[in-house]
Write a protein that binds this ligand. Structure first.
Ligand code: SF4
Length: 385
C-alpha cells in the first residue's frame, strides 16, 4: 500500500484553506471543513450562549454526529444549563460532550470559587482553557462561533486560523453581522437563550456577566469594569496565539486580515546580514540608496507613516517600485481609510493598522475607498508606461 504524503504545516494549510473558501458561505465553509483532508478530525466548541444556536443549527443540518464540546465551568447561569439540554435535544445533536474543570485542581486552586475576583485570568485557565485543552486532544481542528463585529480583538478574524501550529481553528461566521445572526435565528425559528430577552447580548459565567445597554458593544457586559476581553480559550499555555488577538490588522482589497508575518523586521543597518525572504522596516528618513542591491532578496518592506498628515511614505513607495522592487510592500503606522486608495496607487499592496482603528473604522470604511484601480501605478508598470 502506498504511503500517504505527510500534510503540510498548519500555517500553510490555513493559508490554502482561506484561499480556497474565502468567498464561500458559512454553511459551505462548514461543509468543506468537515470533509477537506487538509483539516482532519473536527469538533465544535459551543458555549450555548446568546448566538450559539446559529452554528449548532448549521452543524445539525450537515452532521448531527459531530462532537460538540460544551464547557461547564460550574459558574454558569442555570438558564444556560437548561438551554444546553433543550437545544441539544431539539437539534438532535448526537455527541454533546459536557466538559468540567478537574476536581483536584479546583480543590487546590479555587476551593471557595472566588478566584474570579482576585485573578480572573487564572480562573479562566482553570475552568476553561485547561479543560478545553484536554477535551481537544485527538482533534486537529475546532469550530468557533466568533465574529468580527464582536470587538477589536476579533476585528481581523479569518475563516481559518493557525492555533499556534498545533491545531486549526475554524470561524465560519467570521464575516456575519448582527443582522445576519438575527435573521438566521428568526428565519429558522430557533430558540433564543432566555437571558437575551433580559438584556444579555453575550453570556458567559454568571459572576462575570452583566447586561449590556443597546448602545454598548455586545460584549460590554463581560468582565465589566476590567480590561479583560477574552476568556483565554483562544490562548495557549497562557500565551497569546499568533492571529486570534492581533495588535494590528492588515487591510487589503478584499478586506481585513490578521498579520501573517511572524518573522523579525530588519532595520536598514542590518541589511548586509539579511538572507533571502527577509522583511525590512523603514521610515520616511531612510536613505533608499542603501537598499540598492538588496531589493531582490526582500520578501516585504514596511514603510512607516509617523503621522496621518505625513505623505512622504507614498513617495517612498513609488520610488521603491521605480527601483524595481517587486516584493510585498506594506504601509504601516498612521494611516486612515481615506488614504487607502492613495496607498494602493502609490504601489503599496496592503496597509497595516492598529486594532483600535479597525474598530473605529471597520472594514466597510476601507472597502468603500478601495476603488483605486483607475490610474493604478502597478497596473501602469505592468503595461510598461
Ligand atoms: S468567566 Fe469568570 S467565573 Fe468564568 S472562568 Fe472566567 S473568571 Fe472564572
Amino acid at each position: 500500500m502506498p504511503l500517504e504524503a505527510p500534510l503540510p504545516p498548519i500555517r500553510e494549510r490555513v493559508a490554502e484553506l482561506n484561499r480556497r473558501y474565502r468567498h464561500h458561505s458559512a454553511a459551505a465553509v462548514l461543509e468543506h471543513a468537515l470533509n477537506d483532508p487538509l483539516v482532519g478530525p473536527v469538533a465544535l466548541v459551543s458555549s450555548f450562549g446568546a448566538e450559539s444556536v446559529v452554528l449548532l443549527h448549521l452543524v445539525s443540518t450537515i452532521d448531527r454526529s459531530l462532537p460538540v464540546i460544551f464547557l461547564d465551568t460550574e459558574m454558569l447561569f442555570p438558564e444556560t444549563l437548561a438551554y444546553q439540554r433543550a437545544v441539544s435535544e431539539r437539534l438532535g445533536l448526537g455527541d454533546v460532550r459536557v466538559i468540567r474543570p478537574d476536581r483536584e485542581a479546583l480543590f487546590a486552586r479555587d476551593p471557595d470559587a472566588l478566584l474570579y475576583r482576585s485573578d480572573p485570568d487564572a480562573c479562566c485557565a482553570l475552568r476553561k482553557s485547561e479543560p478545553l485543552a484536554r477535551a481537544l486532544e485527538g482533534f486537529d481542528a475546532w469550530i468557533t462561533g466568533r465574529k468580527r463585529f464582536q470587538g477589536k480583538a476579533r476585528a481581523a478574524l479569518e475563516l481559518f486560523e493557525d492555533e499556534g501550529g498545533r491545531r486549526i481553528k475554524i470561524n465560519p461566521l467570521a464575516h456575519w453581522s448582527p443582522r445576519d445572526v438575527q435573521d438566521y435565528i428568526v428565519n429558522n425559528r430557533l430558540p433564543r437563550h432566555p437571558l437575551v430577552g433580559r438584556g444579555y447580548p453575550s453570556i458567559g459565567c454568571r459572576v462575570c456577566t452583566t447586561p449590556a445597554g443597546e448602545s454598548e458593544p455586545p460584549r460590554a457586559g463581560r468582565w465589566r469594569g476590567s480590561d479583560k476581553e477574552e476568556c483565554g480559550i483562544h490562548f495557549l499555555g497562557g500565551r497569546a496565539v499568533p492571529g486570534p488577538a492581533p495588535k494590528t490588522v492588515i487591510v487589503t482589497d478584499t478586506g481585513f486580515a490578521s498579520d501573517d508575518w511572524t518573522g523579525p523586521w530588519l532595520t536598514p543597518e542590518a541589511l548586509e546580514r539579511a538572507g533571502r525572504g527577509a522583511a525590512l522596516d523603514i521610515g520616511p528618513e531612510t536613505d533608499l540608496g542603501q537598499l540598492a542591491g538588496h531589493l531582490e532578496a526582500l520578501a516585504m518592506i514596511r514603510v512607516n507613516f509617523p503621522a496621518f498628515s505625513d505623505g512622504r511614505g507614498f513617495t517612498i513607495a513609488r520610488q521603491l517600485r521605480r527601483m524595481g522592487y517587486r516584493g510585498r510592500l506594506r504601509a504601516g503606522g498612521h494611516l486612515i481609510a481615506d488614504q487607502y486608495a492613495m496607498a494602493r496607487r502609490s504601489g503599496f499592496d496592503e496597509v497595516e493598522i492598529a486594532a483600535d482603528l479597525a474598530e473605529r473604522q471597520p472594514q466597510e470604511h476601507w472597502l468603500a475607498r478601495a476603488d483605486w484601480q483607475q490610474g493604478d501605478y502597478q497596473s501602469r508598470l505592468r503595461e510598461g508606461f
